[in-house]
Design a protein around this ligand. Structure first.
Ligand SMILES: *[C@@H]1O[C@H](CO)[C@@H](O)[C@H](O)[C@H]1NC(C)=O
Ligand SMILES: *[C@@H]1O[C@H](CO)[C@@H](O)[C@H](O)[C@H]1NC(C)=O
Ligand SMILES: *[C@@H]1O[C@H](CO)[C@@H](O)[C@H](O)[C@H]1NC(C)=O
Length: 440
């Protein structure tokens, strides 16, 4: 069912919000079967009450979202292949894109004046003008910002007319989410994975919500779906990059996972079978990291272990324990930033310039996960417990971050190193039970 929106500039922003969770490109909007009241629910920025799976895996929407997830995964794989040398090529490409767009540099103007001045950002500037606080922010010279300004192009597919204008509060949050804290010219973005924004997130204890940047041969992409189409416009108080899609603050972690059944249908099934959403609603969290095993990760446990976990009554309890082990409460670990709200406050161990080790708590009492992050320019590798790898990094959520992993994490025996399940045979049920026994 298609619905319409008021043809006012504020409402224009909702066009990209129509998708549940809002992390998807505008082209998928029309396939989203949300009605007006549900939409209102979906875009309520204060809506915290969501964890569990949302979309049934078999409907058309879910499958098109699944395809998007596949493309995202492929794009991420590509990004990982970018080697040091290629960075220069990319920098050239960016510089080129910047020259060829008919933009002009105005180093004597503020960011606010720059977007008012440019014929490519008139629609965005119009919305900014309705929010004096944002005008002030972008025109103040006390602090430097990086604005990811949606070009007029970004507004072109938005539906017009009708009801459903989002609240001012929400639009303001969206605007703030386009404003990076500090100066991130293109060269710096090349070695950045996430950028803090002016949007303070209550669910992250007031820390800045972040944008995810990635680099592929097509240039820089923000949050998987918005491309930097023109880079490096200098202002007196920072930098402006033009992007071709509106950036929407991320949804709750549970909802985000439910958008990608082609990667996570087994995990979603596990959540459902263990009534995990209900459990999560009872846990008090200030941010967190969800290590989300992909379908392949579950498959590599082997048939026997999966049959035990999913098809037996006894296995259900072990499955619940396993799921808890994949969540680090109050520890929001991005590939290049860490919001630590655990009271244990253990600092990461630095290991040379590029490597850091973290020892994170989990929802499984004292069982911890060990994370090693190696950052090298645009490339980052994240290893968990020594045998599982993050395949899609930094899935931003309102209440934390999702790191997709290619192996199911299993707590080790006390005092012994975590062991990788045998690749060919999976894990023995006895082994699985023994390792989870203290937590069941
Ligand atoms: C923006 O700042 C400039 C000086 O930095 C000032 O001249 C101008 O009036 C300000 N504009 C607004 C709308 O506040
Ligand atoms: C903002 O950036 C400019 C140019 O890089 C620099 O000279 C200035 O000191 C910065 N201002 C602040 C407040 O950081
Ligand atoms: C997370 O932090 C909050 C605030 O400090 C605390 O109340 C809560 O118990 C913590 N949650 C867990 C699971 O440690």
């Amino acid at each position: 069912m298609r619905f319409t929106l008021a043809a006012v500039s504020g409402a224009a922003l909702t066009g990209a919000i129509v998708v549940p969770g809002g992390l998807l490109p505008a082209t998928l909007q029309e396939q989203t079967p949300l009605s007006g009241p549900r939409l209102a629910h979906h875009i309520d920025p204060d809506d915290d009450a969501y964890w569990g799976p949302g979309l049934p895996a078999k409907d058309a929407v879910a499958s098109s979202l699944g395809k998007t997830a596949d493309r995202l995964a492929a794009a991420v794989d590509k990004a990982l292949e970018v080697v040091e040398d290629a960075r220069h090529v990319l920098a050239d490409k960016l510089a080129h894109a910047m020259d060829g767009n008919g933009y002009q540099k105005h180093p004597s103007l503020t960011i606010y004046e720059l977007i008012k001045h440019s014929e490519h950002t008139t629609k965005f500037a119009e919305i900014v003008d309705e929010h004096p606080g944002i005008v002030k922010l972008l025109n103040s010279t006390g602090t430097n910002y990086t604005l990811f300004a949606p070009t007029n192009e970004a507004f072109k597919d938005l539906p017009h007319g009708g009801e459903g204008k989002p609240g001012k509060h929400f639009v303001e949050a969206v605007l703030k989410y386009h404003i990076g804290l500090g100066e991130y010219p293109a060269w710096r973005i090349l070695s950045t994975h996430t950028v803090p924004t002016a949007l303070d997130e209550r669910l992250l204890d007031g820390e800045p919500q972040r944008l995810r940047t990635s680099i592929g041969l097509g240039g820089v992409t923000v949050n998987f779906y918005s491309k930097v189409v023109a880079a490096n416009f200098e202002a007196t108080n920072g930098i402006v990059h033009g992007v071709n899609n509106i950036l929407i603050p991320p949804p709750m972690a549970g909802r985000l996972i439910s958008l990608f059944p082609s990667q996570f249908s087994t995990l979603l099934l596990a959540y459902e079978m263990t009534d995990f959403a209900k459990y999560m609603h009872s846990v008090k969290l200030v941010g967190g990291t969800v290590f989300a095993p992909t379908n392949n990760a579950f498959a590599s446990l082997g048939l026997k272990a999966n049959a035990f976990l999913f098809n037996t009554k006894a296995g259900r309890k072990y499955l619940a324990a396993l799921l808890k082990y994949h969540i680090s409460p109050n520890a929001t670990l991005y590939s290049d930033a860490y919001y630590d709200n655990t009271r244990s406050g253990s600092d990461p161990e630095e290991d040379g310039l590029n490597t850091a080790h973290y020892n994170l708590p989990t929802l499984l009492d004292e069982a911890r996960v060990r994370v090693t992050i190696v950052n090298w320019g645009p490339v980052s590798t994240i290893e968990v417990n020594g045998y599982s790898h993050v395949t899609v990094r930094d899935g931003l959520a309102k209440n934390g971050v999702i790191q997709a992993v290619d192996g199911v994490l299993i707590p080790s025996f006390k005092h012994s190193d975590p062991k990788k399940p045998d690749d060919t045979k999976g894990i023995e049920i006895e082994d699985l039970m023994e390792r989870l026994a203290p937590y069941v």
